[in-house]
Structure formats: C-alpha cells, structure tokens
Write a protein that binds this ligand. Structure first.
Ligand code: COA
Ligand code: MG
Length: 291
C-alpha cells in the first residue's frame, strides 16, 4: 500500500499554482481538468498539462478528468494518459461499467503510446447517492482501482442538503466507502475536501474523525491545509512506541505458545498485534517519504 495522507488539488490551467503545488509537502497532487476549470478554459487546461508535467515535483501526480458522461472525457484521457502521471481521478464516477470503459480506453492509449500496460491507476471520485450505492461494484470494477475519493461537496448537493461542521449528513456515505473499499480488497478511501480553508481547527477535527472511521487521508485545496492533515494521518510518537512494545511482547509470548495476555491492563491478542504491526509499517513508509 502507498499511503496518501494528503492530496492537493490545483487547477491544471493555473501554472503558477501548479508549480507551487508540486513542490509542497502533499503526498500527491491532483491537477484538475474538471470543476476547478471554467468551461471556456477546458482546452487550455489540457494543453497546460504538458508544461505542468515537466516541472520539478516532490510527490505523485494525478489528473482529474471530467465525468465519463461528459463531452470532455475522450480529449481529457488523450491529454492525461502520459508518462509521469500516476493515475487518473474520474470525476462523478457512477458505476462499474463506466470505470471499465475508462480502463479499456486507457489500455488502448497506453498501448499506442508504448506506456507500460496497466500501470495507470484509476481513482473513482464518489460524489453522488447513486455512486455510494454502487461503491462496492465500482471498487471491484478494475485492477487499476486501488483507492477511491469521497466528494462531499457534490454529494450533499445531490442528497439535497449542505455541509455541516458535525458531518452527520455524510456519515453514512463515509462509512459505506470504508466498508466497500475493505470488502473489495482495495486501500482505504481518501476523504472529501474541507472548503473553509482558513478554519484549521475545524479541518483537524474533521480529519481526526475520518481517520478514526478508517480513511487513510484527506483531500486538500489550499497549501495551509497540508501540514495539519499530514500530522493527523501520521502515527504519533506515543502510538509508535505503543506499537513497538506490543509487537516485541507479542512475539515473545507467541513463541511461548501464548496468544492472549495483558500489557498495562490492555488485553492483547492477534488483531491487536496486527494493528501494532500496521502502525509500524505506516510510520516507516512515512519516514521514508520525509527523508
Ligand atoms: N495549489 C497551489 N498553490 C495554491 C493553492 C493550490 N491549491 N491554493 C492557493 N495557493 C497559493 C496561492 O497561489 C497563493 O500563492 P502566493 O502567495 O504566492 O500568491 C498562496 O497559496 C495563498 O493563497 P490564498 O491567497 O490564500 O488563496 P487564493 O485566493 O490564491 O486561492 C483558492 C484560493 C480556493 C482559489 C485556491 O486555494 C484553489 O484554487 N484551490 C484549489 C481548488 C480546486 O482545485 N478545486 C477542485 C477540487 S474541489
Ligand atoms: Mg465537484
């Protein structure tokens, strides 16, 4: 698994922002061809990708293409399936069938351009009631799908409500995404943007809540959101030292034929030891990113 604690969105046609975004500390950058680009700018945004992809960068680059039902999809794919792009985020993904169409088209373009077959990832952007209902089949639709994004802004519009600080209106959808991802054997999902980018306290509270729900990270729209989000989705020093202690004690006890025992008043058994191992693996992966 590759951890993406933060994925920063930036309009593909704003090369000044793109240049900055690529050198920030987000685990991934998403160059947007969809909602952040005015209809009159769609062609310019596609043309800007070439330059954008030649700029120096620190993390992985993804491109968000317009929805499969739009008139833009074919030109978007032709512009976006190119070397140096880790994957495509498919806006307003609605069904497994749509993802399979995109998968098929990407495959043809990869072949024609001599790109390694099957290496371009697809990230379905789940942002409607219909997509939430179809989340499991979308997650299982193609081997290119390794994680999904949740788009809360469009989702609340679709279900006829608005974003609240409590997030009660999106709780079900978020849970559904975590469960569908797990059941399909893909990585945990990445949560919606937090539009009020000056409210860092609110962002952190929201991020902590979704981390607890099982999300691996959160989408960002502004540079000021990156560090706070990275921090929430990085295991703390206390979590890491707890995990190391548990693994050491567990391995010793298991070697003696003991699979359940206590450490500091907490019952330890296989699932707890597995969780501790995951924390250590995650911390190691993050430490490698930051050297
Ligand atoms: N990527 C890279 N740089 C960004 C950025 C982003 N997403 N958002 C802001 N910045 C830069 C600005 O260019 C500015 O740089 P400067 O100080 O060198 O001029 C600095 O960060 C501070 O920006 P600020 O003035 O606070 O905001 P803004 O008015 O320039 O931009 C938004 C606000 C919301 C328009 C901008 O954050 C943005 O475009 N976000 C991404 C939107 C998007 O892609 N949405 C689609 C997914 S939902
Ligand atoms: Mg949108």
């Amino acid at each position: 698994m590759t951890i993406f604690r933060t994925m920063l969105f930036t309009p593909a046609n704003d090369l000044r922002k793109v240049g900055k975004a690529l050198m920030l500390n987000a685990d991934g950058t998403v160059l947007d061809l969809e909602d952040a680009v005015a209809l009159s700018e769609k062609t310019n945004a596609r043309n800007a990708l070439k330059e954008a992809l030649s700029l120096p960068r620190r993390g992985d680059v993804f491109i968000r293409v317009n929805g499969v039902q739009t008139e833009f999809i074919l030109s978007d794919l032709l512009a976006a399936v190119t070397a140096g792009v880790r994957g495509l985020v498919v806006a307003k993904s609605e069904s497994a069938e749509e993802i399979r169409h995109v998968d098929w088209l990407i495959g043809k373009i990869e072949k024609e351009r001599g790109l390694t077959s099957g290496c371009m990832e697809i990230i379905p952007f789940i942002e409607s009631a219909n997509a939430i209902v179809n989340a499991y089949s979308i997650a299982s639709s193609s081997s290119r799908v390794s994680r999904m994004f949740f788009g809360g802004v469009d989702y609340v519009l679709d279900i006829g409500t608005t974003f609240s600080k409590s997030g009660n209106e999106i709780f079900y959808a978020r849970s559904q995404l975590v469960v569908a991802s797990r059941a399909a054997g893909i990585e945990p999902p990445i949560d919606t943007v937090y539009p009020d980018f000056k409210d860092i306290e609110g962002l952190v509270a929201d991020a902590k809540a979704v981390r607890q729900m099982g999300f691996q990270g959160k989408l960002a729209i502004h540079p000021g959101q990156i560090e706070p989000l990275n921090k929430v989705f990085t295991p703390t020093a206390a979590e890491i030292s707890w995990a190391k202690k548990i693994v050491t004690v567990f391995d010793k006890e298991e070697a003696r034929g003991q699979a359940v025992f206590q450490v500091d008043g907490e019952m330890i058994e296989y699932p707890i030891a597995d969780r501790a191992r995951r924390i250590i693996a995650l911390a190691e992966q993050i430490a490698q990113k930051t050297v």
